[in-house]
Design a protein around this ligand. Structure first.
Ligand SMILES: NC(=O)c1ccc[n+]([C@@H]2O[C@H](COP(=O)([O-])OP(=O)(O)OC[C@H]3O[C@@H](n4cnc5c(N)ncnc54)[C@H](OP(=O)(O)O)[C@@H]3O)[C@@H](O)[C@H]2O)c1
Length: 284
């Protein structure tokens, strides 16, 4: 089984343990071809990417965000820019955008270019040398995995009728958004075994690949947590192995070794979107 437990109703999932009691609705069966390390890594990051891009991030009041998220439908005509594309959430979101048929622009440190191209990025912008909001225009959707006060700069990147999804909501002016014809909306990740079943199918058939740069045995969970808390300009890993000390075998959905990066288990903070009706969109 794999799952994100009782989130965000409880921010203490008590998942760093050998045995846990949780709602069966939070779990999905782990696909046979995916090892425990990669299944663990995908739970929160994968659900976040899925619920930002594909399905509603929450359908009940959240401690972080009360308004419903309004994801936009993607297709072959869509252009999606993922800011923070080499991170845990970003590299999965990039692949989901490609799976939906969109043209994908990845924004990350230049060192990640080969990794992101390997995942399907059509274009890679190095944010250390270029200002992505200046060099791209007429994008249908910006998924800003960095978010916060700087997120507003992407309003100039999105075309009228498009959407901006900031991970941290930042400060937006509803009137300005309306004048520009841009939907600004964010999600709060929530537990969903049903969504993980769909993500599991994509892992199983190789559509979605999870990149991990390191794993931690369960007894070193604190070290994983410390590493995440320190923060780096590169993505981090804090994925306790289910069997301490066991080397993870490469699953068949693993990226090439030089493309291995990581995921992060940090929880989202403070997304607050303006009240809005839920959007109806097609599901896979
Ligand atoms: N709303 C929710 O429900 C929710 C759920 C899960 C996570 N989150 C939040 O989402 C954020 C991303 O999570 P994550 O797991 O993907 O984090 P992560 O694995 O730490 O990745 C963060 C990425 O941000 C990139 N980055 C840093 N500064 C940047 C900049 N100025 N411009 C562009 N990219 C920059 C880094 O890129 P480089 O490595 O290329 O430098 C890094 O790969 C976290 O803050 C997390 O707390 C929110």
């Amino acid at each position: 089984m794999f799952g994100l437990l009782n989130f965000p109703l409880s921010l203490q999932g008590n998942a760093y343990t050998e045995y846990v009691a949780a709602s069966a609705a939070d779990f999905a069966h782990k696909p046979a071809g995916v090892d425990h390390e990669h299944a663990t890594a995908v739970a929160m990051s994968g659900l976040t990417a899925w619920q930002f891009l594909i399905e509603l991030g929450h359908d009940f009041p959240s401690p972080f965000q009360h308004a419903q998220h309004r994801p936009m439908a993607l297709g072959a005509e869509s252009t999606v820019l993922v800011n923070g594309a080499a991170g845990g959430v970003g590299h999965l979101a990039l692949q989901l955008a490609k799976w939906q048929g969109a043209l994908a622009i990845a924004v990350a440190s230049g060192v990640h270019e080969a990794f992101l191209r390997d995942l399907g990025a059509d274009e890679v912008i190095d944010y250390t040398t270029d200002r992505s909001e200046e060099v791209t225009q007429d994008v249908d959707l910006v998924l800003d995995r960095v978010g916060g006060p700087q997120s507003k700069r992407f309003l100039k990147t999105v075309k009228r009728g498009g959407s901006l999804h900031p991970v941290y909501f930042g400060e937006f002016d509803d009137e300005e958004n309306a004048r520009l014809g841009i939907t600004v909306t964010a999600a709060q990740v929530r537990s969903s075994g049903a969504h993980l079943v769909k993500i599991g199918c994509l892992l199983e058939d190789g559509t979605l690949r999870v990149a991990i740069d390191s794993g931690f045995p369960l007894e070193d969970a604190q070290a994983a947590q410390d590493r995440a808390a320190r923060g780096t300009s590169r993505a981090r890993s804090c994925s306790p192995s289910h069997e301490p000390g066991r080397a993870a075998r490469p699953p068949r959905n693993a990226p090439s070794p030089d493309a291995r990066r990581s995921w992060s288990s940090r929880v989202g903070r403070g997304n607050r979107a303006a009240a809005a009706p839920p959007d109806q969109r097609r599901h896979p």
